[in-house]
Design a protein around this ligand. Structure first.
Ligand code: MV4
Length: 678
């Protein structure tokens, strides 16, 4: 029996595994890097061992060191979580060689699925359906191109070693083949160190439906039904659900049987996921098998009522599967939304920062929050920017979706930009409500989705004004200098104030007058902004604004953002039912202006490497012309001309490293020239 478990991971998955271990009375050993000394997974474990510096390669990926730690701490099993060492066959072997149970499949199964082309051969032989295509060893361009030409376009080029869409290119016609092949190979080489390619018929409207499988060491295998993970953006899943909408019993059991066949073909043991593309006509094709527990396993847990980590631990210590296929059934519907530190409205780029406010919705039987961070933690550059997973259950899809929207509304985070408001919008987005899911969902609807970028609503205005009034009052009371604040109190009108706010680039002015000062702790105000006016009364209660606007009571959580010491203006964020709204209280002008416009230079969106220049110094280009390609987080990003203009100078050469925020080139916009001339 497993008595002591080391969790070779961090964040929410480490916390998730520790919870189940505790439930079973298993002692837990966490490992941590410099960045995680105060992390939640460390606090939750019985013991915690320092394993190195923040970069994963110096800590969480130090396989031998982690095994040494396991040995010195008397551990009998290691759970690798997902990512890091979870699909590392050498690590699985090393565990076995040291008589430590690896809570995962045999190394041979990991290896078998490690290469896409090898995996396809195995599945083909086992009779698992594959997308028509070429997965041969002869990698000459002529052979690859002939395969594409014979198959007919569109085709999809895939890196054999690939995953996450890296090294993948669609080719729509013969003329584009060579460029696409070069790009796919380049990306594969940089991500995986090799550039073996597959060529497949490109399905234009497939869904990503995956089957959760489980096998024990006694030859038993079951499937725990499917998850639909079609809603993705650049192969980052956004929302997953189970069961897949519109799935018939017939397809479900065919797909389930095919998944078991796939697992048996590689003598699988433990939790695995077989990914399929499901085409419009109900045909489905094996894509790949993930030989680990996946991020989205909770939706399966919610609809089956099973604890998959518990199943993993039982299987790892040689027990038979807790249930047979007949004993498993689907109950209701579950969604998982991944909450990321990222800016959906800036190309979904990851962001870093401090979680100054972190307030999840109340956890219940129906609402589950899997997270590994606490208020005050950093989202650093070192690890995945996922903050939490929000999982909800409902009797049916509609109820579950409504509950997801509600829980997202109650999830309050400030300090880093998150995708929460974007996710909340998705729950209200009709094509999503109608479950029109395909892998192109986000791209197809990108314009409508980007238009959801939250701005303020007129109902937000009195909330903002009142918050500023009350915050100032509180500060002034504390400083015992009533009404002497930097706010724009009119010198001769004691009971009125003029407040300016900035939201994004818009400046708003509020005229606020006390209409009834008889209750001094809670005066009634008339607030006028432009053509709107409201009668308002409110108090600050902890981090909430309790406010009555025209007789309607609301409790609005707020946070005051830390701003630069040199800044005079205060920055606030309020969490309304409509979303998160940041604004600035602009203090009366002291005569200085630092509105210096940026020159049209272009900056690196994040740390990365310059791949290539796409034009020469001195080139005159039009708006949108691709100028250079940089690679960051193993993905290529093209930097385009922001306007018509001239590429005056490149500051970095191909191969050079650049920091996020660094200016990449000197770009002279045409308007500047004109200004110079006039
Ligand atoms: C495909 C496909 C269409 N046709 N293969 C993307 C990740 C990789 N593991 C497989 N992927 C795809 N393979 C053929 N022949 C479309 C995708 C695809 C996709 C698949 C699953 C989830 C999201 C996706 C987003 C874009 C493309």
């Amino acid at each position: 029996m497993i008595k002591k478990l080391l969790i070779a991971n961090r964040g929410e998955i480490a916390c998730r595994v520790i919870s189940t271990a505790k439930k079973r009375g298993i002692k837990t050993v966490a490992v941590f890097s410099d960045a995680d000394r105060n992390a939640l997974h460390v606090a939750m474990a019985d013991e915690a061992v320092y394993i190195g510096e923040a970069p994963a390669k110096d800590s969480y990926l130090r396989a031998e060191h982690i095994i040494d730690v396991a040995k010195t701490h008397g551990v009998d099993a290691i759970h690798p979580g997902y990512g890091f060492l979870s699909e590392n066959a050498a690590f699985a072997n090393a565990c076995e060689a040291n008589h430590i149970i690896f809570v995962g499949p045999p190394a041979s199964a990991i290896e078998a699925m490690g290469s896409k082309s090898a995996a396809k051969h195995i599945m083909e032989n086992a009779g698992v359906p594959l997308v028509p295509g070429y997965h041969g060893d002869d990698q000459s361009t002529a052979i690859l191109k002939k395969a594409a030409d014979d198959m007919g376009y569109p085709v999809l080029l895939k890196a054999a070693a690939g995953g996450g869409g890296k090294g993948m290119r669609q080719v729509w016609n013969e003329a584009d083949f060579q460029n696409a092949l070069d790009a796919a190979k380049r990306e594969s080489l940089s991500s995986f160190g090799e550039d073996h390619m597959l060529v497949e018929k490109y399905l234009t409207k497939p869904r990503h439906v995956e089957i959760q499988v489980f096998c024990d060491k006694h030859g038993n295998g079951v499937y725990l039904f499917e998850r639909d993970c079609s809603v993705q953006r650049r192969h980052q899943k956004i929302i997953e659900e189970a069961p897949a909408p519109g799935m018939t019993q017939a397809i479900r059991s065919q797909m389930g049987e095919a998944a078991i066949k796939a697992a048996k073909a590689i003598d699988y043991v433990g939790a695995g996921t077989v990914e399929f593309l499901l085409d419009e006509d109900g045909s489905f094709y094996f894509m790949e098998m993930n030989t680990r527990l996946q991020v989205e396993h909770p939706v399966t847990e919610m609809i089956t009522g099973e604890d998959l980590v518990e199943w993993q631990l039982k299987v790892a210590q040689g027990e038979t599967l807790p249930k047979t296929q007949d004993q498993l059934e689907i109950r209701g519907h579950a969604f998982e939304a991944r909450i990321y530190a990222e800016d959906p409205y800036n190309d979904f780029l990851p962001v870093t920062g401090t979680l100054n406010t972190l307030s999840p919705p109340q956890s219940t039987e129906l609402v589950r929050v899997d997270t590994g961070v606490l208020e005050g933690d950093e989202v650093s550059i070192y690890y995945d920017p996922m903050i939490a997973k929000l999982i909800v259950w409902g009797d049916d899809r509609e109820l579950a979706l409504q509950r997801l929207g509600q829980a997202l509304e109650q999830y309050h985070i400030d300090g880093v930009t998150t995708n929460i408001d974007f996710l909340a919008y998705l729950t209200r987005f009709e094509p999503f409500q109608r479950a029109e899911l395909t892998t192109t969902f986000v791209d197809k609807h990108i314009d409508a989705l980007m238009a959801s970028k939250p701005s303020y609503h007129q109902d937000d205005l009195p909330l903002m004004a009142m918050l500023v009034l009350l915050r100032n009052q509180a500060q002034n009371n504390a400083a015992s200098a009533p009404w002497q604040s930097a706010i724009g109190w009119r010198s001769n009108l004691r009971y009125s104030a003029h407040i300016e706010f900035a939201i994004d680039d818009e400046l708003l002015e509020a005229e606020c007058t006390i209409t009834d000062a008889s209750a001094p702790l809670s005066p009634h105000w008339s607030i006028k902004i432009g053509e709107y006016s409201w009668l308002v009364e409110g108090q600050l209660v902890g981090n909430e604004l309790h406010i009555t606007v025209n007789d309607v009571l609301q409790k609005i959580r707020f946070a005051e953002r830390k701003s630069e010491a040199s800044e005079r203006n205060s920055h606030y964020v309020i969490f309304t039912p409509r979303g998160t709204l940041a604004f600035e209280h602009v203090l009366p002008d002291l005569g200085d202006s630092n509105n210096v416009d940026s020159d049209a230079s272009l900056t690196a969106p994040m740390n990365g490497t310059i791949v290539t220049h796409l034009c020469n110094q001195g080139d005159v280009v039009t708006k949108g012309t691709p100028i250079l390609v940089m690679e960051a987080m193993k993905m290529e990003h093209t930097i385009n001309a922001p306007s018509d203009g001239t590429v005056a100078e490149f500051y970095y050469q191909p191969g050079e490293l650049v920091d996020g925020g660094a200016t990449l080139l000197d770009f002279i916009a045409d308007t500047e020239n004109k200004r110079g001339e006039s």
